[in-house]
Design a protein around this ligand. Structure first.
Ligand code: ATR
Length: 291
């Protein structure tokens, strides 16, 4: 079957399990509507272990694009025909795009993070000192993207030292590992950008911050990748000191924007995507939404 056989509307989907509460349909259908594309985005519950079958179905039935969420990010990285350099380094795919007959796996989290720094705080990591707490999937994407964007230093703090080291390998010479046991408020004060990529700050962490906030100061930018709650204890502490502070909502929207551009070749209508997903987050404030 060739691309020519695609009939309108083109179909795109998010694969994951569970995936019912995904925000991806909201954000991408808003983008399709806004750009006048006759595309439709649906959730597709694909049980663990069946990611490769989903990719085969994408080829057979000519799906135009896939978002990928838990638990399939690594399995998809291993099953696609090609990987972008970022997805290869992270061994994790959150977006599959078609290139002729080939399926290409991308990871748009890092590009989305850097785009949100620019759009929401006019911050360019080039030459800057950046600190990241957490070295899981999101932390690794952020660490790689900061290094690729030319950060002079990327400080990495993680509870499990081996994962901190693996993440440091992504950042090359810019990487510095900070001791999680001795998270030092003064040391954190030495960075231009301070990022939380751990879950500490979500409701079940009862008021905790991922690191001491006493050394934070007004020349810094503080970013918490959490966006539910909208303002974590870390962001609250930062704002109380007059520090510029962003939550993870901008990254959420911009990483979807990068995926939209990979699938369609059209600039993402970020404002329309933001508006659509904002209303959904307010409505579902008792749930932890995800893409
Ligand atoms: P995500 O995809 O959101 O990044 P993840 O891959 O599970 O989620 O990563 C979560 C990160 O938060 C990890 O770096 C984890 O540390 P470990 O590598 O030691 O597991 C970190 N993390 C989770 N719970 C934490 C806690 N209570 N305190 C500090 N760090 C925590």
């Amino acid at each position: 079957m060739s691309q020519d056989t695609i009939k309108s509307p083109a179909l795109a989907a998010v694969i994951g399990s569970p995936v019912r509460h995904s925000l991806s349909p909201t954000i991408h259908n808003a983008a399709f509507r806004h750009t006048g594309l006759d595309w439709l985005f649906v959730v597709w519950d694909v049980p663990s272990g069946l990611a490769e079958d989903a990719l085969q179905a994408m080829k057979t039935f000519n799906l135009a694009g896939l978002s990928v969420t838990m638990p399939h990010k690594t399995a998809v990285a291993e099953a696609v025909d090609q990987l972008s350099p970022e997805a290869g380094k992270l061994n994790a795919v959150n977006c599959v795009a078609r290139q002729g007959d080939q399926l290409v796996g991308h990871n748009t989290d890092g590009a989305g993070f850097v785009a949100s720094l620019k759009a929401d705080a006019d911050f360019n990591p080039e030459g800057k000192s950046c600190f990241v707490a957490g070295a899981g999937g999101a932390g690794r994407a952020v660490i790689l993207a900061l290094a690729q964007a030319g950060a002079a230093r990327v400080g990495i703090m993680n509870r499990t030292p081996a994962k901190a080291q693996a993440a440091a390998d992504l950042a090359g010479e810019a990487a510095e590992i900070a001791d999680a046991e001795a998270a030092d408020a003064d040391a954190i004060g030495n960075f231009d950008l301070v990022v939380n990529a751990t879950p500490v700050g979500m409701p079940h962490f009862a008021g905790q911050t991922p690191f001491p906030t006493t050394g934070l100061h007004a020349k810094q930018l503080v970013v918490d990748l959490i966006y539910q709650p909208w303002e974590t204890p870390l962001l609250k502490a930062a704002r109380a000191k007059g520090i510029a502070a962003l939550n993870g909502f901008g990254m959420l929207v911009h990483q979807a924007g990068v995926a939209f551009e990979l699938w369609t070749g059209i600039p993402a209508p970020v404002e329309a995507m933001t508006a659509a997903v904002s209303s959904k987050i307010t409505v579902n404030s008792d749930q932890q939404p995800h893409l």
